[in-house]
Design a protein around this ligand. Structure first.
Ligand code: FAD
Ligand code: SF4
Length: 477
C-alpha cells in the first residue's frame, strides 16, 4: 500500500497554539469547484480500475469521473449515489490514502492521485445545492416492519435501502440525535454537522421513523422489541473505551476520548455542556497530553489545538512509521503544531487530586509479535515527566456486553465481544435478528459501515420474502 505523505518533509510549527492566529479552515482549503473537471479529466480510465476495487462500496469511480470531466454533473451524482448512501460524507472522511486514492494508477506511477474523495464530495454537495437529492419515494408500501437499533451509518444506510423496497422502518437510538459517531465522535472540522443532519432529515422525509433517547436494554429488551417487528438489525457500534491500568488513573482531569469529543461536538451543535462550560473539558490555555496513535487520537489533538490549548502532546508507544492512524491525519496534526512523542509509554499519572504530570518510559521496538509488528519494550532507566493539565486517553474501543445489556444471553458474540453473524446472511444466531457495522467488525470505518448496512438490507429483504412465501404456503395448505 502506498503512503504518499512523507512525514519527515513536514516541518512542525513550533509556536504555541495560542501564538498561532491561523484560522484552521484556511489551512485546508475547500476543493476549488473549477478544478473538479480538470481533476476528473486526469483519470486515465485504466483497464483495471484499482480505485474501484479498493473502495469498499466498489463505487463506479472512473465513470463518474468521466461524467464530471464532461460537465455532466447530475448524471455523475446519480451514478455516485447509486452505490453509496452518503457520498458527501465518504468524500470528506474516508481515509482515501488507504483506499481509492492510494490505489490510483496515476498515484502509483508517481504523478499524484486523482483527488477522488474531493470530487465525490463536490459532486454530492452540488447535488444538494441544485436540489437533485431527493427523499425515498416508495412505489408500493409493504406491511412488514423492521426495527433498527442504532442510527449510525450502518443503521441509516440499511434503513434507507429497506425503505426503498417499501418496508416500514423504525430506527431506535439512545442518543438525542441521529448519526452515531458521525454526529458525536467525528469532529466538525472533518465533517460538518449540517451534512449529517440534512441526511437524517431526508430519511425522515422518505418515511423512516426515528425514536431517539431510546436505549435497547433499558427501555425495552431485545426480545420485547422483536415482538413489534418482523426483523431487527443491531447496528450499535463499539463504545467501551480501552483503559490504561497504571498508578494515578483515578486522578481528576483524565478522560476517555469520547467524553472529550462528544462535549466538543455538542458545543458545536449549540448544546449546554456542564463539564465544558465549567472549563473541565475545555482545553483552552492548558497543557494537553493525548495518549494513543490512531485516528481518534488525531481527532483529539486537532480538537485541542482548535480550542487554543497551550500545548498539545501526543504519546505513542511505537514509532511514527507504525502509527495505526492515517498518515494524512498525522501530517495535518504536525502542521497544526501538535508535538508527537513517539516510542513513549505512560508509566504513572502524578498529581494531587488533579493530574499534573505524566511520568513516561521511553520504548524501543523489539522482536516481531504474532501480528507481525515489532513489540515495544521499555528502555531501562528512561523515565521522565511531562506536564499535563488534562490527559485524554485514546486507546481504542471495544464492544459493550450486548448479551447482558440486551437481556439476550443466547446472542452469540466473539471472544472480543463483537456480534457473530453468518457472513452469507448477516443473521445472528437468533432468527430474524441481523447485525452490521462496527458491532460486527470492531472499530472500523464509515464506508464499511455503509457497505454492511446496504448488504444487511438485501439480506433482510431476502429473509422477509422467504418468510412471506412460507406464510402464503401455510395459508394455501
Ligand atoms: C473519534 C472518531 C473518529 C472517527 N473518524 C473516522 C473517519 O474520519 N473516517 C471514517 O471512515 N471513520 C471514522 N471513525 C469510525 C466510524 O465513525 C465508525 O466506523 C462508524 O461510525 C461505525 O458505524 P456504526 O453505524 O457501526 O456505529 P456508530 O456510528 O457508532 O453508531 C451506533 C449507534 O448506535 C447507538 N446505540 C448504541 N447502543 C444502543 C442501544 N443499546 N440502544 C439504542 N441505540 C444504541 C449509538 O447511540 C449510535 O448512535 C471514527 C470513529 C471515532 C470514534
Ligand atoms: S467511498 Fe471512500 S473509498 Fe470509496 S470512492 Fe469514496 S472516498 Fe474513495
Amino acid at each position: 500500500m502506498l503512503q504518499f505523505i512523507n512525514l519527515d518533509q513536514i516541518t512542525p510549527d513550533k509556536r504555541s497554539t495560542r501564538e498561532r492566529k491561523k484560522d484552521f479552515h484556511e489551512i485546508y482549503k475547500e476543493f476549488i469547484n473549477e478544478k473538479a473537471q480538470e481533476q476528473s479529466s486526469r483519470c486515465s480510465q485504466c483497464g483495471v480500475p484499482f480505485c474501484q476495487v479498493h473502495c469498499p462500496l466498489h463505487n463506479n469511480i472512473p465513470d463518474w469521473l468521466k461524467l464530471t470531466a464532461e460537465g455532466r454533473l447530475q448524471e455523475a451524482y446519480e451514478l455516485s449515489q447509486s452505490t453509496n448512501n452518503m457520498p458527501e460524507v465518504c468524500g470528506r472522511i474516508c481515509p482515501q490514502d488507504r483506499l481509492c486514492e492510494g490505489n490510483c494508477v496515476i498515484e502509483q506511477t508517481g504523478h499524484g492521485t486523482v483527488t477522488i474523495g474531493s470530487i465525490e464530495k463536490y459532486i454530492t454537495d452540488t447535488a444538494w445545492e441544485k436540489n437533485w437529492v431527493k427523499p425515498v419515494k416508495v412505489k408500493k408500501e409493504l406491511n412488514q416492519s423492521i426495527g433498527i437499533i442504532g442510527a449510525g451509518p450502518a443503521g441509516l444506510a440499511c434503513a434507507e435501502e429497506l425503505r426503498k423496497f417499501g418496508y416500514q422502518v423504525i430506527v431506535y437510538d439512545r442518543y438525542d440525535r441521529a448519526g452515531g459517531l458521525l454526529i458525536y465522535g467525528i469532529p466538525n472540522f472533518k465533517l460538518e454537522k449540517f451534512v449529517v443532519e440534512r441526511r437524517t432529515k431526508l430519511l425522515k422525509q422518505g418515511g423512516i421513523k426515528f425514536i431517539q433517547n431510546f436505549e435497547v436494554g433499558k427501555d425495552k429488551s431485545l426480545y420485547e422489541l422483536k415482538k413489534n417487528h418482523d426483523a431487527i438489525l443491531i447496528a450499535t457500534g463499539v463504545y467501551k473505551s480501552r483503559e490504561i491500568e497504571i498508578p494515578g488513573s483515578d486522578l481528576k482531569n483524565i478522560f476517555p476520548a469520547m467524553d472529550f469529543l462528544t462535549a466538543s461536538n455538542r458545543k458545536g451543535l449549540g448544546d449546554k455542556v456542564k463539564l465544558f462550560d465549567d472549563g473541565t473539558l475545555n482545553t483552552e490555555g492548558k497543557d494537553v497530553v493525548v495518549i494513543g496513535g490512531g485516528d481518534t487520537a488525531m481527532d483529539c489533538v486537532r480538537t485541542a489545538t482548535r480550542q487554543k490549548a497551550k500545548s498539545v502532546k501526543c504519546l505513542y508507544r511505537r514509532d511514527k512509521e507504525n502509527m495505526p492512524g492515517s498518515a494524512r491525519e498525522v501530517a495535518n496534526a504536525i502542521e497544526e503544531g501538535v508535538e508527537f512523542i513517539w516510542l513513549t509509554s505512560p508509566k504513572n499519572f502524578i498529581g494531587n487530586k488533579h493530574v499534573e504530570e505524566v511520568q513516561v518510559n521511553k520504548m524501543i521496538l523489539g522482536s516481531t509479535d504474532s501480528s507481525g509488528r515489532r513489540k515495544p519494550e521499555i528502555q531501562k532507566n528512561s523515565e521522565y515527566n511531562i506536564k499535563a493539565d488534562i490527559v485524554i486517553k485514546s486507546l481504542g474501543f471495544d464492544p459493550e456486553d450486548l448479551p447482558e445489556l440486551f437481556s439476550a444471553k443466547e446472542l452469540l458474540v466473539s471472544r472480543w465481544g463483537t456480534i457473530k453473524i453468518d457472513l452469507n446472511t448477516m443473521q445472528t444466531n437468533i432468527a430474524g435478528i441481523f447485525a452490521a457495522g462496527d458491532i460486527v467488525r470492531g472499530a472500523s470505518l464509515v464506508v464499511w459501515a455503509i457497505k454492511d448496512g446496504r448488504d444487511a438490507a438485501l439480506q433482510i429483504q431476502k429473509y422477509l420474502r422467504e418468510k412471506g412465501i412460507q406464510k402464503d404456503n401455510i395459508k394455501a395448505a
